[in-house]
Design a protein around this ligand. Structure first.
Ligand code: PMV
Length: 317
């Protein structure tokens, strides 16, 4: 029988942790935003026979997908099971501009786009709970013990304030400022960095505890600045957070050089984002020309990729 389904499309975005990384593991607040400058698009289309995949790491039969795509293949299987549909007669194509292993939530973004595309293809309604539940299965494979933050942020258009164990609190970005994001080109080391901070807490609690607590306070300051359009305060909080994260050993020479270059070029503040030791750096500017200067300076010190994102009122649409 001929398959008559139309194409199913699903998309998602990357995410950025603005403040509170690492401290959030120890009960302090954090702030994350969706990052629509990077996206994942998934397309499901009808073919006859075994399922085919077309993505950066594999083009061909689903059954021959490499082990590193286990979170992706599991997402497909789990979603089909939930939809009560067989694993056959479609091709899934995935394109992504979310760089992998840079703290931008690439694995969650891919899973979100896949689930959305499959539900669209089979013309089934997808609730938010169902989406987060299905993406959670994939994230367990990719990250072991995910906080759920990546799944939320890559499928949403609203920033959140998050304290571990408490519900995510969405809030509005009311700041007229530019976020400049630079990829160091180096894979992050989130797991190791989190473990090293844990060790520091045991071996040097006198300095580590206050630093973590201060990072939490800076996340509060940042939220106020984001909600009341105070770019200077946000910038100052970012730079102080970077220094504290650096004292916790989760920065790197390259990240420090990026931060220095951004500040020299006129940034109001700059810091690493996410797990650290690699991944990305973020900087803040209140004018577009300065944002462009910062971008140029970051390219000069070797940024692999840069993005400029306006965080104003139009940012969440
Ligand atoms: O590198 P990412 O985006 O996965 O962020 C890690 C954030 C940490 O606070 C360092 C760890 C965590 O689980 O919250």
């Amino acid at each position: 029988m001929k398959n008559t389904y139309e194409k199913g499309l699903g998309s998602s975005s990357g995410k950025i942790i603005l403040m509170g990384e690492h401290a959030v593991v120890h009960g302090e607040p954090s702030i994350a935003i969706p990052f629509p400058e990077t996206t994942v698009n998934a397309t499901v289309e009808s073919i006859n026979g075994p399922v085919e995949l077309d993505c950066y790491y594999h083009q061909g039969a689903f059954s021959e997908a490499p082990d590193m795509l286990k979170n992706l293949t599991t997402t497909i299987q789990t979603t089909l099971k939930r939809l009560n549909r067989p694993l056959k007669n479609f091709k899934l194509t995935i394109t992504s501009t979310v760089p992998p292993e840079r703290g931008m939530g690439s694995s969650a973004a891919v899973a979100v786009a896949i689930v959305r595309a499959l539900y669209a293809y089979f013309k089934e309604h997808l609730s938010r709970e169902e989406l987060l539940d299905l993406v959670g299965v994939s994230e367990k494979i990719a990250h072991g013990n995910p906080s759920g933050l990546d799944a939320i942020m890559t499928s949403s258009t609203t920033p959140v304030y998050y304290v571990k164990g408490q519900p995510f609190e969405p809030f509005s970005l009311a700041i007229d400022a530019y976020l400049i994001v630079a990829d160091t080109g180096v894979m992050g080391e989130t797991k190791k960095a989190v473990g090293d901070v844990m060790t520091l807490l045991k071996t040097n609690p006198e300095q580590t505890k206050p630093a973590i607590h201060r990072l939490g306070k800076l996340a509060e300051t940042a939220r106020t600045a984001l909600e009341s359009n105070q770019p200077k305060q946000l910038g100052a909080a970012m730079t102080e957070a970077h220094q504290l994260l650096s004292s916790l050993t989760v920065s790197s020479d390259r990240l420090n050089a990026f931060v220095a270059a951004a500040l020299n070029a006129g940034a109001l503040g700059a810091k690493l984002t996410g797990g650290g030791r690699g991944g990305c750096m973020i900087a803040l500017a209140d004018q577009e020309e300065i944002a462009l200067d910062i971008e140029a300076a970051l390219k000069q010190v070797g940024a692999d990729h840069t993005w400029i994102y306006h965080m104003g009122d139009d940012a969440n649409e």
